[in-house]
Design a protein around this ligand. Structure first.
Ligand code: SDX
Length: 379
């Protein structure tokens, strides 16, 4: 019986999730029932991480406990630093972070007798999730400083997550406007139902493999320019165009070459990405703070022109790329920033998949040669 093939699983519902609801009809995104805009404008990223893992926003005691634990695991472990230092200085930061997380997992799981022991209980996986959440800023920050030939910056206990992330990256007291914009981006990137990297993490978890392996696989999926790699690619597009005046000729050529314009389009949202207005507000604040109207003019001109011609809306990567550029992150660091945020969503999905697991193993329709035999080969 001929079965309909759904390439890319487009439009296919493969399981339930209680973690987030992506609603293209109403152009909305809920994390455990809360509109993401509200969370991005009112909550520290630590509270949203807690919400994704536990299903409820933290009490002040819960938040204080999470912050205490996060501070205990902020510093870059010597063994993880050594793993990164083994890599060439021009290794891509996505490969550095993927290697560092793999090393973290190998170290944490060392001595666990069998692969079954590595699977981890719900409590063990929650603890692993918090440790990864805490460790990633130092790993990402070190990646940028190592490439720039700058010394490692130690974490500060007097700073919350977003401010400390900026401190470890730039080694100077971050400005409140920058902290707020960065915190918003972390909240907005945290979770988005069964996107390619999250579904990768769920597939790996479904075999009873460990949480670290699931996150390493998810990082591999996120690296692709059709997914997380787009925020880095957006800045390469802006660098190519140069100024607002050169948008039209650039777009003429790009569309003639049938190029995908990075930062635009989405598999689920067809009338605009619900996260864009909140991230755009953060970008506008940064444009004013750094007096970079030229970058905003270029971004607005490309969006206007592309919308007029193809009616394709920008996604979250479109405003977040220039925002990270203005804050001072090197372009190759943009997708590792996405990892530091999405690790909260990935690990929430790992724990949800593990709680009511079913091995993920779809079917395929064979379109290769009919059965044949070696003996039938003519010499
Ligand atoms: C993220 O899934 C998630 O939730 C992901 C994410 C998350 O939070 O996890 O939201 C994060 O990955 C955002 C997407 C980042 N990627 C990019 O910005 C890369 C550029 N975007 C495209 O590659 C594309 O829009 C996708 C891959 C994101 C979505 O593609 P779809 O849904 O498979 O749509 P499609 O490729 O079938 O496009 C339909 C039509 C095609 O034209 P035709 O071949 O029918 O003539 O629209 C065109 C496409 O060529 N199109 C684009 C385009 N996006 C779609 N044309 C040019 N540039 C684009 N960006």
């Amino acid at each position: 019986m001929e079965q309909e093939i759904k390439k890319g699983l487009a439009g296919v519902v493969v399981d339930t999730t209680a973690i987030s609801k992506v609603n293209p009809e109403t152009n909305s995104l809920l994390y455990r029932g809360y509109p993401v805009q509200e969370l991005a404008e009112t909550q520290p990223f630590e509270a949203v991480a807690y919400l994704l893992w536990h299903g409820e926003l933290p009490t002040s005691d819960d938040l204080e406990h999470l912050r205490r634990t996060e501070r205990e695991h902020r510093a870059l472990a010597d063994s993880v630093r050594a793993a990164i230092d083994l890599l060439p200085h021009d290794a891509h930061p996505m490969d550095e972070v993927r290697t560092a997380v793999s090393a973290l997992g190998a170290i944490d799981l060392a001595g666990s007798g069998s692969v079954l022991d590595a699977t981890g209980s719900a409590e063990e996986n929650l603890a692993r999730s918090v440790r990864l959440f805490a460790a990633l800023p130092a790993i990402v920050a070190y990646g940028q400083r190592r490439r720039r030939g700058e010394e490692l910056v130690e974490p500060r206990d007097d700073l919350d997550y977003a401010a400390n992330f900026l401190w470890m990256t730039f080694g100077e007291d971050p400005d409140e406007i920058v902290i707020d914009a960065f915190n918003r981006s972390m909240v907005l990137y945290a979770e988005h139902s069964f996107n390619a990297s999250t579904f990768t993490a769920r597939v790996i978890t479904s075999t009873l493999s460990d949480l670290y392996s699931a996150v390493v696989g998810a990082i591999g999926a996120l690296k692709g320019p059709l997914h997380g790699g787009a925020n880095e690619a957006v800045m390469h597009v802006f660098d190519e165009i140069g100024s607002a005046e050169r948008v039209v000729p650039w777009l003429d050529a790009a569309l003639a070459e049938k190029r995908k314009i990075m930062g635009f389009g989405h598999r689920v949202y067809k009338n605009g990405d619900s996260r864009v207005p909140t991230m755009r507000a953060a970008l506008d604040a940064l444009v004013a703070h750094y007096d970079r109207r030229d970058l905003a003019d270029l971004s607005d001109a490309l969006e206007r022109e592309f919308m007029e011609r193809k009616g394709i809306h920008p996604n979250l990567d479109y405003p977040s790329g220039p925002a990270y550029h203005l804050i001072g992150f090197d372009t190759p660091m943009f997708t590792p920033l996405f990892i530091a945020s999405r690790v909260t969503g990935w690990t929430a999905h790992v724990m949800e998949q593990a709680a009511s697991n079913a091995l993920i193993r779809p079917l395929s329709a064979y379109d290769g040669p009919d059965e044949r035999h070696v003996a039938d080969l003519t010499p």
